[in-house]
Design a protein around this ligand. Structure first.
Ligand code: HEC
Ligand code: HEC
Ligand code: HEC
Length: 657
């Protein structure tokens, strides 16, 4: 590094010097053309290719941590609330009567989801940042055991089955579900889920676990996306059903309603193939609940009203008597109360066509929505005391837990964990990012499409006149700092521009986000680190032999037989490390029938393993497809000489970037 710092200015002088004979300008342009392999490259900044080290980017620097409450669990006697503080690596024990924090325990790995055993003696913690499940002895509030699970576990459920105690853990990053025994703490099975299994609920008898998958998946580019509720038998770990939820997306909460034989999951109804210009008609996104019955039939119902939206539905809980359910809307700062008797009555008397169209009928929600409780900022997780008398709401971006008396539906008070972090510009930016007040009627927030700052796995029609005729795949904001210009067409030079006038015009259909908030938003985004695609245990470890072979292919300058690969077609020329982009517009033969251009912004590849679908319109479902179905004439890197094994190796390597 040091050597480079000396060498670069020195050789720069040499380069300019050489150039000076012909005119320094010509020399530099020749250098850029030669190195980019683009004969017509206009003068660009030297930092397009001579990038700063990743260590200098905002996300790589030390940052402030906050007491944001995530998952919660209530003791069997209803007196104690446990709260996971993911960003602090802590679990808090709070006293419900006095609303005060009693103890805090250090729990490494980013605790996110919590569950208690029947007696309340052991607390199980899903640690999202380091892929572990930890067991805490609640008497001493100390971690007594720990085990590795799949990538990014976000929730955990405990149950007793005929075969013994079980824990069910959705691993959102590896798209699978771990089933563990408790004594001994062992992983028994790991089964494939949908995309991003996120929340789990088990039936009281331990017979079934229902897992909500956050992402919907497109079968084909133009097909309707669908997510699934995965149904699993905790005693065997076997998947017993996959209930498909068409056009349901961002399911972050799931709960059983034993008294009715229902499973409720929160969801966004997404209409991503409809031109986004129809935001005004409320056609792009709305929020709802999916009711899955024991026989597998699922009905989707709206949470919104004709002119009022309650965006980003997340945590959901049902009262033990099956009379009520509560849903947190993270973008609207509201908890909606559903009257399940009235909902049941409506379900019983409506016919099949009425039920299947219900989600489109905003005039329906008044029938079963009995109250909307305003909350602090960004409520995501909910918990209910075992007798149903107290509702706990995590007000994430206020660092507080709201406690609601469920008989009066009035707040009892708040458990204060931190000060809200108002002096941290990154946190202020997160408030803008997660709030829907900047969109028309509050229909969605940035987070609705960029959960955790990442992609939602869908392609959107941003300006087409017809349905689905101008699809653009979503792009991750994690690790995006320094990769400007933005958008697939590379037209937006800064984050402020990307999210300012353009966003207002195309997406929000309302006033532009005010400038101070835009700056906060940009600060938040530049501090989003790349998404981790490897298991935690592999971070910092050497590449496997297959990944190493893939790395060599990525940096290859010649084919296996020694034929040189032209500079302009080497992966590393366009996807130049450390950002894995040259930040230039290039053509790789991917122009589609509806595109008005051949050239696209070279995407950065950091975290690319988690960004499916691929290419600007999302036509490639997997990384492989880029070089099988969608490669033309070796235009996107030279791949014709690869064997099947070599393509696999390359893909394995790409997943480590
Ligand atoms: C299109 C990409 C690109 C751009 C733009 C670019 N360079 Fe380079 N440059 C390279 C590559 C590739 C090398 C080879 C060494 C390496 O990989 O770092 C290089 C090497 C150099 C070297 C070392 C001597 C050499 O030629 O090997 C100097 C000095 C240099 N560049 C200066 C500049 C300056 C000054 C600018 C801005 C006017 C600039 N470069 C713009 C890609 C680029
Ligand atoms: C309806 C879904 C949706 C919403 C809501 C949304 N985005 Fe996006 N975002 C996308 C899609 C799709 C793209 C890719 C579009 C393109 O490249 O033309 C994108 C691209 C971006 C990019 C460019 C990334 C890159 O690497 O070029 C940024 C930055 C961004 N969004 C930020 C935001 C912010 C900030 C908000 C809230 C103000 C927001 N988005 C809301 C879907 C959405
Ligand atoms: C001439 C420049 C260039 C070369 C060479 C090149 N790429 Fe690309 N790459 C691009 C562009 C531009 C896109 C976006 C194309 C589109 O979206 O239609 C892209 C897209 C990708 C994507 C999809 C990213 C996403 O988020 O959808 C991956 C992965 C990728 N390239 C890897 C590679 C590999 C591996 C090689 C070498 C075999 C390579 N590229 C060679 C320019 C290049």
């Amino acid at each position: 590094m040091k050597l480079k710092r000396v060498l670069l200015p020195a050789s720069l002088l040499a380069l300019v010097g050489t150039g000076a004979t012909f005119g320094g300008f010509t020399g530099l342009r020749a250098h850029e053309r030669l190195r980019s392999g683009l004969p017509k490259l206009a003068l660009v900044s030297c930092t397009h290719c001579h990038q700063r080290s990743l260590k200098t980017l905002p996300w790589a620097k030390p940052r402030r941590h906050h007491d944001a409450p995530d998952g919660m669990a209530v003791s069997p006697d209803g007196k104690t609330l446990f709260i996971a503080l993911n960003d602090r690596d802590e679990v808090v024990e709070a006293d419900v009567a006095s609303l005060s924090v009693k103890r805090r325990a250090k729990v490494p790995g980013g605790p996110f989801g919590l569950a208690l055993d029947t007696a309340g003696k052991r607390l199980f913690v899903a640690c999202r940042n380091q892929d572990t499940v930890s067991v805490i002895d609640t008497a001493g509030l100390k971690v007594v055991a720990s085990i590795s699970v799949g990538i990014r576990p976000t929730d955990i459920a405990y149950c007793q089955t005929p075969s013994g105690e079980r824990l069910v853990v959705p691993n959102s990053g590896s798209n699978d579900i771990s089933v563990l025994s408790v004594l001994p703490l062992l992983e028994l099975t790991r089964s494939a889920a949908g995309r991003e299994p996120y929340a789990v609920s088990v039936s009281t008898d331990g017979r079934r676990a229902h897992i909500a998958n956050r992402m919907a998946v497109h079968d084909q580019v133009l097909s309707q996306p669908a997510s699934e509720v995965t149904v699993l038998d905790p005693s065997t770990g076997h998947i017993v059903n996959r209930v498909e939820l068409p056009s349901a997306h961002m399911a972050e909460g799931v709960t059983e309603v034993p008294a009715r034989g229902w499973v409720l999951s929160s969801m966004i109804r997404v209409r991503n193939l409809v031109p986004i210009t129809q935001v005004k008609d409320g056609w792009v996104m709305s929020t709802g609940i999916a009711i899955t019955r024991e026989d597998g039939e699922a009905t989707q119902i709206p949470l919104d009203e004709a002119n009022a939206y309650f965006s980003d539905p997340s945590g959901i809980v049902a009262s033990p008597d099956g009379k009520r359910a509560y849903v947190a809307s993270g973008g609207a700062d509201v908890v909606t109360v559903l009257d399940l008797d009235r909902l049941g009555a409506w379900l019983a008397r409506s016919g099949e066509p009425e039920r299947s169209d219900a989600i489109e009928n905003m005039a329906l929600s008044y029938r079963y929505v009995s109250a909307r409780i305003p909350t602090g900022r960004n409520p995501q997780h909910l918990a209910l005391s075992p007798d149903g008398s107290r509702l706990f709401v995590s007000e994430r971006l206020d660092d507080r837990v709201l406690v609601v008396d469920t008989s009066s539906l009035k707040p009892v008070g708040r458990i204060v964990l931190g000060n809200g972090g108002l002096d941290d510009p990154v946190r202020l930016g997160e408030r803008v990012f997660t709030n829907s007040r900047y969109t028309f009627q509050g229909q969605f927030s940035c987070r609705s499409c960029h959960p955790d700052g990442h992609v939602d796995g869908l392609s959107y029609d941003f300006d087409g006149a017809g349905v689905g005729d101008n699809l653009l795949a979503n792009r991750s904001l994690c690790g995006v700092a320094g990769t400007e210009p933005f958008k697939w067409n590379g037209k937006n030079p800064t984050l402020q521009y990307q999210d300012g006038p353009r966003f207002a015009r195309v997406l929000m259909r309302t006033d532009q986000i005010p400038e101070p908030q835009l700056d906060q938003l940009a600060t938040f985004i530049t501090h989003l680190p790349p998404t981790r695609t490897l298991p935690w245990s592999r971070v910092g470890q050497p590449l496997t032999p297959s990944e190493e072979r893939g790395r060599k292919l990525f940096f290859a300058t010649q084919r296996t037989d020694g034929t040189p690969i032209p500079v302009g077609r080497q992966c590393q020329t366009c996807h130049r490390p450390p950002l894995f982009t040259d930040r230039l517009l290039t053509s790789v033969g991917t122009r589609g029938a509806q595109d008005t251009t051949d050239v696209f912004d070279t995407p950065h590849l950091i975290g690319v393993g988690a960004m499916a679908p691929y290419l600007h319109d999302g036509r490639a479902k997997t990384l492989e497809e880029i070089w099988t179905t969608y490669q033309r004439d070796d235009l996107h890197g030279v791949s014709s000489y690869w064997s099947k094994q070599q393509l696999n190796d390359l893909v394995e390597y790409l997943k480590t970037i």
